[in-house]
Design a protein around this ligand. Structure first.
Ligand SMILES: C[S@@+](CC[C@H](N)C(=O)[O-])C[C@H]1O[C@@H](n2cnc3c(N)ncnc32)[C@H](O)[C@@H]1O
Length: 285
């Protein structure tokens, strides 16, 4: 537990994905990636798609920005590119594993606050607060409140993340706050929308890759472990099934239903780059 918040299964799942992605594919980012039309949708190209995403993100940083807070910095790859470009960057990272990687990569000029964003306390103020696929993990009301506390007047909030569409029924894909929820909170705040770019089509191919890994690698591995437990420890297996059968069925349904597809992603989700500016300040005459 960190700052009174329990580590959830999504957080731990993310770290497992990082460990595998780093080891097997040499990935440095944790986001979906940006698949341009000329890039083949193949797991071998995931690193290129992720680099494209980072460049896409950076290209939307407005002129005049000097100090950036990278919220949920992952392994610090985007932050390190920003430092290389001359920005002053601090990071927030609740994961001790990821914070360690980020600190190794970043120079001593960058501070990595190891805490949840909602619990961050600092006197520092920033020109831009960046959420690169991290906004979905943060309570939106608390996140915007904290952002207004840390953003200097005239500063920017840049969110690039997946959101839920308001559709009836149950999406087979989890993750993302309803976009309308963010829009409602922002409407009552001194933040003004500057840019809204829909990149659902460019991010969706990563879902097919994730589905392929789940179906072709994770599911057969889990099945083999289950068979091994059943033959070696039949009583323990039966007890586990009796105690956690419903939970196991739910997990099977969630990860191995085969419904995690780019088509369903495009139907139920919308992936947006949203740039907001804080407007409760006096423009110089
Ligand atoms: C999908 S990863 C994105 C990482 C990185 N921004 C990137 O683009 O590669 C989500 C990140 O959000 C962080 N995170 C999760 N909950 C958070 C919270 N409440 N406050 C700050 N960061 C959080 C995770 O530790 C992780 O670094």
């Amino acid at each position: 537990m960190k700052n009174g918040k329990k580590r959830g299964s999504r957080e731990i799942g993310l770290e497992i994905a990082v460990i595998c992605g780093r080891y097997f594919l040499k990935l440095q980012h944790l986001h979906y990636g940006y698949w341009s039309d000329d890039l083949d949708v193949d797991i071998a190209n995931l690193g290129i798609a992720q680099e494209n995403y980072a460049q896409f993100l950076i290209s939307h940083i407005p002129e005049g920005v000097a100090r950036i807070l990278d919220v949920g910095c992952g392994m610090g790859q985007v932050a390190s590119e920003l430092v290389r470009m001359g920005y002053g960057v601090d990071c927030v990272s609740p994961s001790s594993y990821l914070s360690r990687q980020a600190r190794e990569l970043l120079s001593k000029t960058s501070r990595v606050f190891e805490c949840y964003y909602e619990a961050l306390h600092t006197e520092n103020r920033y020109d831009l607060i960046l959420f690169a696929e991290s906004f979905q993990y943060i309570n939106p009301e608390k996140g915007i409140k904290k952002t207004l506390e840390l953003l200097r007047p005239g500063g920017y909030m840049l969110i690039c993340d997946v959101f839920r569409k308001d559709l009836p029924g149950q999406s087979p894909l989890s993750g993302g706050h309803p976009l309308t929820r963010l829009q409602r909170i922002v409407a009552e705040s001194p933040l003004e929308l500057v840019k809204d770019v829909d990149i659902t089509a460019q991010t969706a191919p990563s879902i097919d890759i994730e589905n392929e890994v789940l179906q072709e690698v994770v599911k057969p591995t889990v099945d083999l472990i289950r068979q091994l437990l059943e033959s070696k420890y039949p009583i323990m297996s039966k007890s586990l099934r009796f105690l956690y059968g419903k939970k196991m069925d739910k997990m099977n349904e969630k990860y191995f239903s085969g419904l995690k597809t780019s088509e369903n992603f495009k139907k139920w989700k919308t992936y947006r780059l949203l740039l907001y500016r804080r407007i409760d300040f006096a423009e110089p005459c």
